[in-house]
Structures are given as C-alpha cells and as structure tokens.
Design a protein around this ligand. Structure first.
Ligand SMILES: [Zn+2]
Length: 131
C-alpha cells in the first residue's frame, strides 16, 4: 500500500515481517517492514487506477518493477486462464500462500484472489484476502 505521504518519503506502508533481497527493507514499528522505492515508481502507482480489494491494496513486485494487476479470479478464472485448462495447477503455481486441498474446498469461489503479472518476465503471482 502506498499513500501520497509515503511517496514523498520514498518508503511504502509495508507489511509485517517482510524480508526480501531485491529492494531495501526499512524496519518500522511493531515488526512492520516498509520498502524503499524510487519515488517516480511510487507516484506512478498512485496514478494507477486501484483495484477493489477487501483489505486494501497490496502492490506486488517482480524484476524490481511493480507487477500489473490482471484481475480477481475465482475457480472459473483459473480454469479459463490455464494454458492447458488445468486450473488447479495454475492455482498452485501462482498462489503465494496456500494450504493443500484449498482448490478442492469452496475456497476459490469464496475468497478474493488477486492475480498479477510481471511485465518483464511474465511470471504470475496471486494472493487472497477475506473479510
Ligand atoms: Zn519478473
């Protein structure tokens, strides 16, 4: 998540316990960790139309660039977008955190699953939230 104030500061809002090596991590209070980003990248994200999520934006990054939000998918979305029609495999591939058996449960129909694609390498990633 990025606010105008954070863009001027050059550090994102962050999430708890974030740890990755492609950007500079900026520890904040209570275990939250922000990310130092080039300011022009942050202003670009602020200008990008936001997507509708239950718990607020969570921009994804790959190849040191913001990823493109491609949609909120349910079971049907994964099946329609799987090159071989194997929605379950695509789901397992792109989900950042998933429990085994999630695809078989009602989960893919109940949660908001946000899918992103890297404009550089084409990798997809997804995360979910619930109310
Ligand atoms: Zn990439």
């Amino acid at each position: 998540m990025i606010s105008w104030e954070q863009a001027f500061e050059g550090v994102t809002n962050g999430i708890p316990g974030l740890d990755r090596d492609d950007f500079e991590m900026v520890p904040k209070e209570d275990g939250w960790v922000g990310v130092r980003l080039p300011q022009e990248m942050m202003f670009e994200l602020l200008r990008t139309p936001t997507y509708l999520s239950i718990q607020g934006d969570r921009w994804q990054f790959c190849c040191r660039r913001p990823m493109i939000f491609i949609g909120e998918w349910n079971r049907r979305g994964f099946m329609d977008n799987a090159p071989d029609g194997d929605g379950r495999r695509l789901f397992q591939e792109v989900m950042q955190e998933h429990a085994d058996g999630m695809w078989e449960s009602h989960f893919p129909d109940a949660a908001g699953i946000y899918v992103f694609r890297c404009p550089s390498c084409g990798r997809k990633t997804a995360y979910y939230d619930m109310d």
